[in-house]
Write a protein that binds this ligand. Structure first.
Ligand code: SAM
Ligand code: SF4
Length: 337
């Protein structure tokens, strides 16, 4: 079958699957402060439905699946989904991004289910700052989760930290020292206009360049690495002394759209060709129509067409900072970061 190539020649091999919009944190840059209304359970895709969509995507060249949310570890028995996905023909790697709060309990199940890699979001090592960002007091538990995951055998654990101007500058150096000491990869992600409270402004982005300057001034020189995987959004740097890697996703100041190979599936079964997409393609409707009406199965063909439609419609770039830029209706926790 035809690979998922968009009108600008970008080949799509990576699918981000959100498994829930629920979360046990309320990060200021993602979720609203007050009462949050989540999608009713029956609107979320079942594990079987997710595997169905991933199988068709894999037949069209998708090779990696990244589970996210909301918080993926609040979805019951998420390790079972990992186990199902690693067995899908064509899928080489299943990874997961978590806030780490439930990692201590679940790391072993996830590892033994075949999860390849873990990304743990951690913006601060200071209890108060952590709590003010996550709106939850969970730093020590997250740290125990990371330590447990390392002990259990995860080789590659990456720490993701969001960079917000006048807020996270003080976190940069402690996070870098911690990552170097613990043998963790660190990645700084520029704050994007996907916060539910819509407080993002261009001035609120602490750019990758600013973070690099802080690191070089306070920790030591960094050497830019050659890009091995062209679809990787981060530009990686190695510390000149050889100890550790720091990546930068400069999604606002230096967007990687020209290399983007990602598609997204929301927890309620909508395909998106970009975080900032304002249009969605309804994959759930195809599955439910088929399953409910027990039609003879040409749903795979229909799903393949939907995936192609979604990819074909992909814009050249997200356009943040341009006049045409339009904020998507959904915030990050509802899309899946
Ligand atoms: N709950 C999990 C977590 O926090 O890792 C997975 C979902 S979360 C939406 C995925 C990633 O998106 C996290 O690393 C988070 O820091 C990042 N993120 C959330 N809102 C963001 C924003 N407005 N700008 C940049 N990154 C954001
Ligand atoms: Fe939850 Fe992750 Fe959003 Fe924080 S960034 S509120 S942990 S989904």
């Amino acid at each position: 079958m035809n690979h998922l190539v968009d009108s600008f020649g970008r080949v799509h091999t990576d699918l981000r699957v959100s498994v829930t919009d629920r979360c046990n944190f309320r990060c200021t840059y993602c979720m609203p402060a007050g009462v949050v209304t989540f999608k009713p359970r029956e609107e979320l895709l079942s594990f079987e439905e997710i595997v169905g969509i991933v199988s068709v995507a894999a037949s069209l060249g998708v090779r990696t699946v990244r589970l996210t949310g909301g918080e993926p570890l609040v979805r019951k028995e998420i390790h079972r989904l990992v186990g199902m996905l690693v067995n899908v023909e064509g899928i080489d790697e299943v990874t997961l991004t978590t806030n780490g709060l439930l990692l201590e309990e679940q790391a072993s199940d996830l590892f033994h289910a075949g999860l390849s890699r873990l990304n743990v979001s951690l913006d601060s090592l200071d209890e108060k700052t952590f709590e003010s960002l996550a709106r939850f007091n969970g730093l020590q538990k997250v740290l125990r989760g990371i330590a447990t995951a390392q002990k259990i055998g995860f080789q590659t654990i990456r720490i993701n930290a969001v960079s917000i101007a006048n807020l996270t500058e003080r976190e940069v150096v402690p996070l870098a020292r911690f990552a170097r000491q613990q043998g963790l990869t660190l990645r700084f992600i520029e704050f994007m206009p996907l916060d539910a409270s819509e407080e993002w402004t261009a001035d609120s982005v602490l750019t990758g360049e600013q973070v690099r300057k802080i690191l070089v001034d306070s920790v030591g020189p960094l050497v830019q690495q050659k890009q091995i995987d062209p679809g990787q959004p981060a530009i990686d740097y190695r510390w000149a002394d050889g100890i550790g890697v720091v990546g930068f996703v400069d999604s606002v100041s230096n967007a990687f759209c020209d290399r983007c190979d990602r598609l997204r599936l929301t927890a309620d079964g909508q395909l998106r060709n970009c975080l900032f997409s304002t249009v969605e393609w309804d994959a759930r409707q195809i599955l439910r129509k088929t399953f409910d009406e027990r039609e003879p199965s040409d749903w795979k063909k229909e799903m393949a067409l939907l995936l192609h439609d979604c990819v074909t419609a992909k814009a050249r770039a997200h356009g943040i900072g341009t006049e045409e830029f339009e904020r998507p209706e959904r915030a990050m926790y509802q899309i899946g970061g």
